[in-house]
Write a protein that binds this ligand. Structure first.
Ligand code: BGP
Length: 473
């Protein structure tokens, strides 16, 4: 029997999505405009990873890049680069400013009506992250974090409003950004709205994860009932993990680390808690409170596709330091001597992206989407006004080539949204100087500057990549 009849894919599929992704709180600014109230992101001080400082003087998200007022011009620039998809979040506090109102805030809904209209006008399909670290602060002050089950109802009220309003407009929904981050100590404030100084942190984080699994499954159900043409995807933060050495104890440690990450996609794609997690819960005195029906909800409403962010890989050893002791802003635990690092100490590892795609596809056989990737670094404006970011071009080129190699292996990848195509405020550090964009924004770390947009060298390069569907790298 001939066995070479299979079609080998040489390039990205036709209709591949090329575009960019942002989060509302990192770009919109206008943090108290038109009825909006504060979210957890709005009290994060600059340079304080995952922390909160209510009395700090400068909260970068208050102003951000003022996308709230400049979206028409900004989206035109992205459309002109050939983007056919734009991913952003709907800031929960524009729609339900304190989370507890009975009726949504019409001004907030109007903003997204108009903004999505501009996306479509500029040739971009809309992908929405429902919750990207924008939990209403008023809820957190009253009820604590997502470990409180009441959040499921507040979230579902928000979901119902936006899914009904943007039916036929939003094509792809991601219920939670990087859902696994609820279980990562230094940033649990972002994802799970749990204060890092809280007691019984691990217990609360995994309870928060459970509540988000239920919320995500209920959102999936509601989206399918309301808009059968829309698709629902997971969003996980993927960091390829390597064993420190080939000593089997390191390989075991590596597998254990992988499972901590896979836990989140395993539940959401397979529809049940994997067997390995019960031992982890047992060892760490974690008890998940489930209500009757939770398991069925999770089982019946699994995801259509998996999206993930990929920036870097990491190393695990049997002596690996606990995540809580790692300063994630500058180091990654154990350094990989084979890989270069960014100015912020993140390893640069395109092969890791190929491995991520192959592992996720082998594990789940679900369509994949790279919803974040990019190089956060310092850019210099030359005297003639140009920005020659060849390093960014190189980074993106290597990562797109890595995706291509995965596609050749048969991986069903259907899109790529680079992170922060217009420079935005960094989530982890609150800095403007950590830039990912192909479009420069003239603002510094203190928010000073004209806010002017300037195309970087990478703008034209990415435009050609898109035009050639990834051929012209
Ligand atoms: C992801 C988040 C984003 C984003 C990105 C880059 O984890 O989903 O919100 O900002 O990381 O991180 P940073 O902004 O800290 O460089």
């Amino acid at each position: 029997m001939k066995n070479n009849n299979y079609e080998v894919r040489k390039n990205f599929p036709k209709n591949f999505y090329w575009g960019g992704a942002v989060a509302a709180n990192q770009c919109e600014g206008a943090y108290l405009e038109d009825g909006k109230q504060m979210s957890t992101a709005d009290i994060k001080a600059r340079g304080f990873f995952g922390g909160i400082k209510r009395d700090a003087e400068y909260y970068p998200t208050h102003k951000a890049i003022d996308f709230y007022h400049s979206y028409v011009e900004d989206l035109k620039l992205l459309g002109d680069a050939g983007f056919n998809i734009f991913r952003t979040s709907i800031n929960w506090t524009r729609i339900y400013p304190t989370g507890e109102e009975d009726m949504p805030n019409e001004s907030g809904l109007k903003f997204y009506d108009n903004m999505f209209k501009e996306c479509i006008k500029n040739g971009m399909t809309v992908m929405v992250t429902i919750s990207h670290y924008e939990t209403p602060l008023a809820l957190v002050e009253k009820y604590g974090g997502w470990y409180n089950r009441k959040y499921i109802d507040f979230y579902m009220k928000f979901v119902k409003t936006i899914v009904e309003r943007y039916k036929g407009i939003v094509s792809y929904w991601l219920p939670f950004n990087e859902i696994g981050n609820v279980a990562v100590t230094p940033i649990c404030w972002d994802a799970a709205a749990i204060h890092p100084d809280s007691e019984n942190l691990l217990q609360k984080m995994y309870q928060a994860a459970h509540n988000q699994f239920v919320a995500s499954a209920l959102a999936t159900k509601l989206i399918r009932e309301t808009d059968p043409n829309a698709l629902v995807g997971g969003m996980i933060a993927y960091k390829t993990v390597y064993p420190h050495t080939c000593n089997p104890v390191d390989v075991v440690a590596c597998e254990n680390e992988k499972r901590k990450e896979y836990f989140f996609s395993d539940v959401q794609v397979r529809g049940y808690y994997p067997s390995y997690i019960w031992k982890f819960f047992n060892d760490n005195n974690i008890t998940i409170e489930m209500e009757r029906g939770d398991e069925e909800i999770i089982r019946c409403h699994t995801l259509d596709f998996i999206s993930f962010s990929y920036y870097r890989s990491r190393v695990a050893s049997s002596e690996y330091v606990e995540p809580g002791e790692i300063d994630m802003n500058t180091i990654e635990g154990i350094s990989n001597p084979y890989l270069p690092k960014t100015n912020w100490g993140w390893s640069i590892d395109p092969d890791g992206l190929m491995l991520a795609l192959m592992d996720l596809y082998d594990r789940y056989q679900k369509p994949l989407f790279v919803s974040e990737n990019g190089l956060g670094t310092i850019d210099k404006v030359e005297a003639d006004g140009s920005i020659n970011d060849d390093y960014r071009i190189e980074y993106m080129k290597l990562h797109i080539q890595a995706m291509k190699r995965a596609v050749e292996q048969g991986v069903d990848l259907f899109g790529y949204t680079m992170w922060g195509p217009i420079d935005i405020v960094s989530n982890g550090t609150g800095q403007m100087s950590k830039r990912y964009g192909i479009i420069y924004v003239d603002l510094d770390d203190d928010g000073n500057g004209t806010g002017k947009r300037i195309k970087k060298k990478s703008y034209d390069w990415y435009r050609k990549v898109i035009q050639s569907n990834g051929d012209n790298l």
